[in-house]
Design a protein around this ligand. Structure first.
Ligand SMILES: Nc1ncnc2c1ncn2[C@@H]1O[C@H](COP(=O)(O)OP(=O)(O)OP(=O)(O)O)[C@@H](O)[C@H]1O
Length: 304
């Protein structure tokens, strides 16, 4: 009912294919991160799902139905696409009231979502006086208005301050915990990793990964131990016998690639080498994501 099904979805703009035979599901009860470099096709996929653009081939449905066939769309799907889209002359409350009335949503929901989005104190202000972060919160309030089971949020943290980013993370986790389907796009892995359960990664319109966050971390980050010892020479010999290399990391710290801290600890104990500090250091997720998408980015910095 609340799942999103993308099947062989394809979109051409003229001769350019921007979404290319994309297939994945977005399931309820978890936050799914929709990642990819700029221009990968994330916004286009969301627009196609919402019937805002014509599909070239394939399908994009919600609970098996196209968005345009839903009887009460705003009650089933809430979307944040372009926070600049709200009309400037209206107050925040009026903007939400118009949306509520035209979609058969009780006016009481307006106050509820103003509260929920932290916008209650700005409800009487005109939207044109809003900062990007406030527009973003208003867009999220609008998405929540119909108390929908499915939420599609395109770069919701855009323009939010650190407090706003924490708020939106908690909000998304809470919505998923209530059994809703939450799809949130971002081009930043570092920002997304902390609150998503599942990942769908796009590159040039194609699916690069559809995996749980835990699997992504396990599969893409190689173990590395980081340590301090009072007997580097003894440890170097003990590691070398097992085929590992002790490398200086500055400030008296050492690293060993390809082996978890626990295994280094056992090796060191056997060799009678004192360890002063020992921990796991995983290759950064951001790096794993960049490696995955690097040759699929539309724009890359020279000699990055
Ligand atoms: N209306 C349009 N006409 C022509 N090309 C378009 C149109 N809308 C999007 N595109 C192109 O489609 C590609 C995918 O864009 P899209 O906005 O979906 O990417 P995205 O992954 O959301 O990127 P970003 O993170 O920058 O928002 C881009 O190359 C973009 O220029």
């Amino acid at each position: 009912m609340n799942s999103v099904e993308i099947r062989e979805l394809t979109k051409d703009y003229g001769t350019r294919r921007v979404v290319d035979h994309l297939t994945f599901d977005v399931l309820p009860g978890r936050v799914t991160g929709f990642l990819g470099p700029n221009g990968a096709g994330k916004s286009t996929t969301m627009r196609l799902l919402l019937g805002l653009d014509r599909i070239t081939a394939g399908s994009a449905t919600i609970g098996g139905r196209r968005f345009t066939d839903l009887r009460a769309p705003l009650r089933q799907v809430g979307a944040l696409l372009d926070p600049q889209a709200a009309r400037g002359g209206r107050t925040a409350r009026d903007h939400l009231l118009v949306l509520a009335v035209s979609n058969g949503i009780p006016a009481s929901r307006v106050e509820a979502v103003l509260e929920q989005s932290g916008m209650a104190s700005a409800a009487r202000r005109r939207i044109k006086t809003f900062s990007l972060g406030m527009r973003q919160r208003l867009g999220i309030a609008a998405a929540l208005l119909g108390d929908p089971g499915v939420l599609l949020l395109d770069e919701p943290t855009n323009g939010l301050d650190p407090e706003g980013i924490i708020w939106i993370r908690e909000l998304m986790r809470g919505l998923a915990a209530e059994g809703r389907t939450v799809l949130v796009s971002s081009h930043l892995m570092a920002e997304t990793a902390s609150f998503v359960d599942h990942l769908v990664v796009l590159g040039r319109g194609r699916l690069l990964a559809d995996t749980s966050m835990a699997e992504f971390i396990d599969a893409r980050s190689t173990p590395r131990a980081r340590l301090r010892t009072s007997d580097a020479a003894g440890l170097r010999d003990a590691l070398a016998r097992e085929g590992f290399l002790l490398e200086p990391a500055g400030d008296g710290l050492w690293t060993v690639d390809g082996i978890p801290a626990e295994a280094v600890g056992i090796l060191a104990a056997r060799a009678g080498v004192p360890m002063l500090e020992l921990s796991d250091e995983r290759a950064s997720l951001e790096q794993a994501y960049l490696d995955l998408t690097s040759d699929r980015a539309e724009f890359t910095s020279p000699a990055a």
